[in-house]
Design a protein around this ligand. Structure first.
Ligand code: COA
Length: 343
């Protein structure tokens, strides 16, 4: 539908136990106010210079023989040695999982790492805890890329950003990289706990990240250990073959509905839409109309009460996947899954 086309406005309705329930639609002013609030949370989160300041207990990590201190950073203020360190660690850890895609990916990552919206948590070994043995282990290249300023050398970092995904404000983890010699000692889990706290403190609806499918250890780390799930916006959930998955952990119902719940793939919905026009005439329908902010697009769908409630969908096929997903989920809350049939 053309964005300038005027929209019909009718109250939506659903049947529950044979009773038509009219659904109160948010007013356009409410929708706009919410959009503004979301944009404001992202703006404030981006403006914050040191997200660690709210979590002083996370400034130090002492566990499993490690003694580390954490510091905040920004992409546009990285010193040359730190940039060099970030690039070297990315290559060391990620060249394998990316395989033949690495050369292109490396260029992308070099651009991303210095962006002003790139936030960092850097992990340094505590200066006092760096013994002679560790110093000896640093070869010439590592020594030049290690950031020994007032703390000990760097051992890892998280690069994260505050972005909008499917209209949900999220903290997106661009990178979580830990040197092999300190992996498996709880640091990754500790950093992700901190990231989740930062996300919630800044009113984000979720933490999201992308993982290469070939990176089985990382997938296991997020899915099994940290209880992330593959998001509905991940290519595999849309029937698209890609080398990566998009994972998420949500913090509120709206984010969950949009990023986690998958009732139907967009592809299935397309099939239903093309087939269902004929079904409309065969059923007693209660027409339900939904529009999206009154601005762009709408989808018509209907509920039929023929002994077992059924949801039928019809309408022109001009809607984005995102819109379909969003509104299906919103509407599906009214019906038990077993009561819904899709042609
Ligand atoms: C993936 C990564 C961030 C995990 O961080 P970490 O500090 O090594 O992980 P932790 O020690 O916090 O481990 C947390 C849990 O995952 C498990 N785990 C972590 N790494 C593991 C590994 N290599 N093999 C098996 N289990 C592992 C741990 O057993 C632990 O489980 P537990 O809490 O039941 O003991 C880190 O290994 C890393 O930087 N890898 C290379 C870069 C990378 O792949 N980053 C992710 C890209 S999206």
């Amino acid at each position: 539908m053309d964005s300038k086309t005027p929209q019909r406005r009718r109250p939506s309705s659903v049947i529950q136990n044979g009773t038509v329930i009219r659904e109160k639609k948010p007013k356009r002013s409410e929708v706009l106010a919410k959009k503004k609030a979301v944009e404001q949370s992202i703006k404030s989160a981006r403006a914050e210079k040191d997200h660690l300041a709210s979590f002083p207990e996370f400034r130090h990590f002492v566990n499993n023989g490690l003694s580390m201190c954490l510091k905040s950073g920004r992409g546009d203020t990285l010193s040359s040695p730190v940039k060099h360190y970030v690039q070297s660690l990315l290559k060391l850890n990620m060249e394998g999982p990316y395989g033949s895609e690495w050369l292109d990916e490396e260029k992308v990552k070099r651009r991303e790492m210095v962006a002003p919206e790139a936030h960092y948590i850097f992990v340094h070994e505590d200066a006092n805890s760096v013994g002679d043995e560790t110093r000896m282990m640093l070869n010439a290249e590592e020594a030049s890329t290690s950031c020994v300023e007032d703390s000990g050398p760097l051992v890892g970092f998280v690069h994260y950003r505050f972005v909008l995904e499917e209209d949900v404000p999220v903290l997106y983890v661009y990178e979580l990289q830990i040197e092999p010699r300190v992996q498996g000692k709880g640091l990754g889990k500790f950093l992700m706990q901190l990231i989740e706290l930062i996300a919630q403190k800044n009113c984000m609806g979720a933490v999201m990240l992308t993982v290469q499918k070939a990176n089985l250890l990382a997938l296991n780390f997020y899915l099994s250990k940290l209880r992330y799930i593959i998001s509905t916006i991940s290519p595999s959930k849309m029937g698209i073959e890609k080398s990566y998955e998009i994972l998420c952990k949500t913090f509120n119902d709206e984010a969950k509905t949009i990023l986690e719940v998958q009732l139907l793939s967009a592809r299935t919905i397309r099939l239903i839409l093309s087939d269902s026009l004929s079904l409309i005439s065969q059923n007693t329908l209660i027409d339900s109309h939904l529009d999206h902010s009154g601005l762009r697009q709408y989808i018509n769908f209907s509920f039929s009460d023929d002994g077992k409630q059924r949801l039928l969908i019809y309408g022109p096929l001009t809607y984005t996947d995102q819109f379909l997903r969003m509104h299906y989920h919103t509407r599906m809350e009214f019906l038990p899954d077993s009561a819904v049939e899709f042609c």
